[in-house]
Design a protein around this ligand. Structure first.
Ligand code: 5GP
Length: 346
């Protein structure tokens, strides 16, 4: 047994220190980014925020709505082959939409068939496992990269620099970072495993950038300010589940509870998801996600404006004309208190 003594940070532990700036308005800030991917050599331009590949967030409708604002989505992996093919064939060339998969041979075969028919319309894939430290995950990435040299691969999840480096050297373009921070995730409670998300971003970002790779911070953002902190800490992309849940584009039914309109949102390892897709929770495992009822929030567009407005505001406070400059201009200060909640938490 060993104890690491240095203090690890979560979004709630810091604020961003304001800096002198010549920017006069938020409208002067450009929050899009351009990337060239290390392995695929593909080029990206857009606002690097991605809807999570959860079946209540990463839907076709969400992907289309976010594309209109230059944001992206990772589709959930439970769509059928023909729906996926039709969808990818119909999307405009400039949209960045990820095909998601797990690491079973069935996942691989399904992808191979869909890709064969959809062709170059599928340029981005997201290989998603709860634990990115296993040999079977590493072997899968190896096989995928060899078979598809030109595809942009995002894969994870991991939370440490050494595994980030290994994945980038293996062929991953964007390493997905986060174990346990998610809004409907119970891994930390069930397994006691995890890593404070801001430190994970800082450490994995450093490791990735040193090798010309990129990271996507996945999970734990609860407000636009958290996205600003994630970008400030070195995240190239940010994946959002809960912040984009509860909208029209999420595909769930709207339920009436005591006169209020509600929508269900659940983790992809929750009992709800396993009952729906895997015939229940297998006897050797426990569910590592939960289900919540959220207030119905209408179209996602309003939420997108709010999120982007917050990130733009952070850039103005530190004098970053472009999102790319935000992390260079960020100094975090450790704090004991974030918000004044005298009138309640909102
Ligand atoms: P959020 O933005 O809601 O805080 O986090 C979204 C992320 O939580 C997803 O992208 C995924 O990585 C993670 N996640 C989704 N469902 C589950 C689950 O059931 N269990 C765990 N451990 N993580 C989940």
């Amino acid at each position: 047994m060993r104890i690491e003594e240095d203090f690890k940070l979560d979004f709630k532990d810091v604020l961003i220190r304001p800096k002198r700036s010549t920017l006069t308005s938020r409208s002067e800030v450009d929050i899009s980014r351009e990337f060239s991917f290390r392995h695929s050599a593909g080029k990206y331009r857009g606002i690097p925020v991605i809807a999570a590949n959860m079946d209540t967030v990463g839907t076709f409708e969400m992907a289309k709505a976010l594309s209109r604002h230059q944001l992206s989505a990772a589709l959930h992996k439970h769509y059928g082959e023909s729906e996926l093919t039709d969808f990818f064939r119909a999307i405009p060339a400039e949209s960045t939409i990820f095909y998601s998969m797990g690491i079973t041979s069935a996942d691989y075969e399904k992808f191979r068939r869909v890709k064969e028919t959809a062709g170059d319309a599928i340029a981005y894939v997201c290989v998603d496992v709860a634990n990115g430290y296993t040999k079977s995950f590493v072997d899968f990435i190896n096989k995928l990269r060899k078979a598809y040299p030109q595809i942009t691969i995002m894969a994870g999840n991991v939370v440490t620099g050494e595994m980030t480096e290994e994945l980038i050297l293996l062929g991953v373009d964007i390493v997905k970072v986060g174990i346990g921070p998610g809004s409907v995730c119970t891994t930390r409670k069930m397994a006691g495993v995890g890593y404070p998300q801001l430190s994970a971003i800082i450490e994995c970002g450093d490791a990735a950038h040193g090798l010309g790779g990129l990271i996507c911070s996945d999970g734990g953002c609860t407000s636009p300010g958290d996205l600003a902190k994630a970008f400030g800490g070195g995240a190239d992309f940010i994946m959002l589940g809960g912040m984009l849940a509860g909208h029209d584009e999420c595909g769930g039914d709207i339920e009436e509870h005591d006169g209020a309109r509600k929508v269900r949102f659940y983790g992809m390892s929750s009992r709800t998801a396993m009952d729906k897709y895997s015939g229940g929770v297998a006897h050797y495992r426990a569910s590592e996600g939960k289900e919540v009822l959220l207030d119905y929030r209408g179209p996602v567009e309003g939420t997108v404006q709010e999120i982007l407005g917050g990130v733009r505001s952070a850039c103005t406070y530190v004098g970053a004309r472009r999102l790319k400059e935000l992390s260079k201009r960020t100094t975090f200060i450790r704090v004991a208190r974030q918000l004044n909640e005298v009138f309640g938490a909102s």
